[in-house]
Design a binder for this molecule. Structure first.
Ligand code: FCB
Length: 437
């Protein structure tokens, strides 16, 4: 059981569940173009069993019944994403079926009284744009602006909220420095460019949407708390650098129009010409800030070249992902973000949840959700303006390089029959959301 009721949260506090297009839709359907995730998955060694998003959860044809389950649970909002390659298969030419699909999906949400919270880009870059350099190419900001105008020109009138890019850190660092996600590069120069262009594209999309007269626009950033492995100055410095390129780079760029000095020490020499002149675009005023939070990392220095540190195993209980369960980090990020970056701006938890092997009797997930909602409560009582909590994920799905075996859903998905079965966590949240006083 959840230990909260809806009435424990401020009036108007939104509860929702999240998904993303490539992870659930079934990307081989509906005339979507090839993406850099398809290329990455087709290259042996990148993705477990070389699995891809061709069919995924077949949400493309099943979205109506999925939304019935979302509504039956009592959720207020649904966070989803729009696939660039579905709307523009080669990155620039429009696929009318793709636009029609998101139009129908939007209306299906509204018919059920669910607030559509869109993310424009959750990682499925059209391969044709990756051929041109993808996130390394400054022109991506312009291309992304055009995609934004195309998709939001069609559905923007009915969105509750929109954020341009899910988790800029994953687009920049995880995909270009660590090579864990598409395009799978391990290249510091590519990283510096992607880390900057992803924010330039963010700001360009915000400008495009303001031009369409839209409001309630925000950004969705991911956060990991960095705990030094010990109290030596070297470990503290290492953790500060992790915090710098993971968390502070993006908040700094968007809300302070500057990047952290400790990160520029390493990335500075590789930045594209004229990056200092881009902050007026990057720092476009926002209406809210979204935080995705799952875990922390314990960081120790090492003798590698910059950033000269590594993650070391921590002592806390872990999820199926091997991620430590550390709810304190969520409380600390909510209060720190408000105190240092966003002030009174509404904050939303836009992703939080756990992967588990426990099947439909997922008591571990219920405990995780309780602990993290407690962290939200603590942040609220310290004055952080938290306005909503969106859990990851509505259903088990394609967990990127880890394929289909990491299960984050409130709904169990049988990937042979594609049948959905509500888990105990779904029922527990449903019960919580029904308790209005
Ligand atoms: C986040 C991603 C989401 C999912 C969860 C587990 O980083 O936004 O797509 O993979 O992690």
């Amino acid at each position: 059981m959840m230990k909260f009721k809806r009435a424990d949260f401020p009036a108007g506090f939104l509860f929702g569940a999240a998904t993303s297009s490539y992870q659930i839709e079934g990307h081989a359907q509906g005339g979507a173009g090839r993406t850099h995730w398809d290329d990455f998955a087709d290259t042996p060694g990148n993705v477990i069993r070389a699995e891809n998003g061709d069919l995924a959860c077949d949400h493309y044809t099943r979205f109506e019944s999925d939304f019935d389950l979302l509504k039956d649970a009592g959720f207020d909002a649904y966070r989803f994403s729009t696939s660039w390659a579905r709307v523009m298969p080669d990155g620039t030419t429009v696929n009318p079926d793709g636009l029609d699909y998101y139009d129908r999906l939007t209306d299906a949400l509204l018919e059920r009284g669910l607030k559509p919270c869109a993310t424009l880009y959750h990682w499925e870059l059209p391969s044709a744009l990756n051929d041109l350099g993808g996130w390394r190419n400054r022109d991506i900001a312009k291309w992304f602006g055009e995609f934004t105008e195309t998709i939001m020109g069609r559905i923007g009138d009915r969105m509750y909220s929109v954020a341009p890019i899910n988790e800029p850190w994953c687009v920049g660092w995880l995909s270009h420095f660590l090579g864990h996600h598409a395009p799978g590069l391990r290249d510091i120069r590519a990283t510096a460019r992607a880390m900057h262009h992803v924010l330039l594209a963010h700001g360009t999309a915000i400008q495009a949407m303001r031009g369409l007269g839209m409001n309630n626009l925000g950004g969705v950033f991911n956060f990991e708390w960095a705990t030094p492995a010990d109290d030596s100055p070297a470990a503290i410095k290492a953790a500060e650098l992790y915090d710098g390129y993971y968390n502070r780079w993006f908040l700094g760029g968007v809300f302070k129009k500057e990047y952290p000095a400790n990160v520029l020490e390493g990335l500075g020499p590789h930045m594209p010409n004229g990056w200092q002149d881009d902050f007026d675009v990057i720092g476009q005023p926002l209406d809210w800030c979204g935080l995705n939070y799952y875990t922390r990392k314990v960081i120790a220095p090492n003798t590698d070249p910059w950033p000269s540190h590594q993650e070391v195993p921590g002592p806390l209980p872990k999820t199926q992902m091997g991620w430590e369960i550390y709810p304190q980090g969520l409380e600390d990020f909510l209060t720190r973000t408000a105190a240092e970056y966003t002030g009174d701006l509404p904050l939303y938890v836009t992703e939080n949840g756990m992967a588990s092997t426990s099947g439909t009797d997922d008591q571990d997930r219920i405990a995780y959700l309780n602990d993290h909602l407690q962290a939200v409560q603590n942040a609220l009582s310290k004055g952080a303006p938290v306005k909503g909590y969106i859990t990851w994920s509505l259903m088990d799905n394609y967990e990127w390089a880890l394929g289909y075996e990491k299960r984050f859903g409130l709904l169990h998905v049988d990937f042979k029959t594609l049948q959905r079965t509500p888990k105990a966590s779904y029922h527990a949240l449903k019960q919580m959301l029904a308790l209005k006083d």
